[in-house]
Design a protein around this ligand. Structure first.
Ligand SMILES: [Zn+2]
Length: 178
């Protein structure tokens, strides 16, 4: 037979164990504040009386309090939250080597919330390898697949690679020691 109900005394013992272990020493103030925010996020994702918002990829609380960061897969998703919570004025799109992103800040239910999306660039340019050896056999390789081969020293190949990376990304990289 399956699903036999636990005897009352067993059920009681289990409940007592769960209650005492539940917070594992975490202050009730933090536990409840965070749980309330998680519930508020949950409700937005399951909203039926208005457009449901996309579920964040990660929910990260500040270690000291209840300030919160929501990570999203795309800027459009983060923007949907910023639009709902009134954070569009603080929003900015940013770009740097290897990634673009979106960031907005809102105060939601009294809590400072960062809405973040980071999109890695499809093509990466960085020094990933190469080979040393006899003159004419030294090379340096970029993550994008470009290889500078047939040089007398690694330094020569690396210098050209650095130049390639600088042109491709608009950022000067530090020279690789030969
Ligand atoms: Zn490259």
């Amino acid at each position: 037979m399956n699903n036999v109900p636990a005897a009352p005394e067993v059920a009681q013992q289990q409940t007592a164990g769960i209650v005492s272990a539940a917070a594992a020493g975490q202050p009730a103030l933090i536990r409840i504040a965070r749980a309330n925010m998680l519930r508020a996020i949950y409700r937005e994702c399951f909203a039926v009386d208005r457009d449901a918002l996309p579920a964040p990829r990660a929910v990260r609380f500040d270690p000291r309090g209840s300030a919160l960061q929501l990570d999203f897969d795309t800027p459009v998703q983060a923007q949907a939250w910023a639009g709902r919570l009134g954070g569009l004025r603080s929003a900015r799109n940013w770009a740097m080597v290897g990634a673009t992103g979106y960031h907005a800040v809102v105060v939601w239910r009294g809590v400072l919330v960062d809405l973040v999306a980071v999109v890695p660039a499809a093509v990466e340019h960085r020094h990933v390898g190469g080979a040393g050896g006899a003159p004419g056999e030294c090379s340096a390789e970029c993550a994008c697949g470009v290889t500078f081969d047939g040089f007398d020293t690694i330094a020569e190949a690396s210098a050209l690679l650095d130049d390639h990376i600088a042109k491709a990304t608009g950022v000067q990289t530090s020279a690789v020691p030969a």
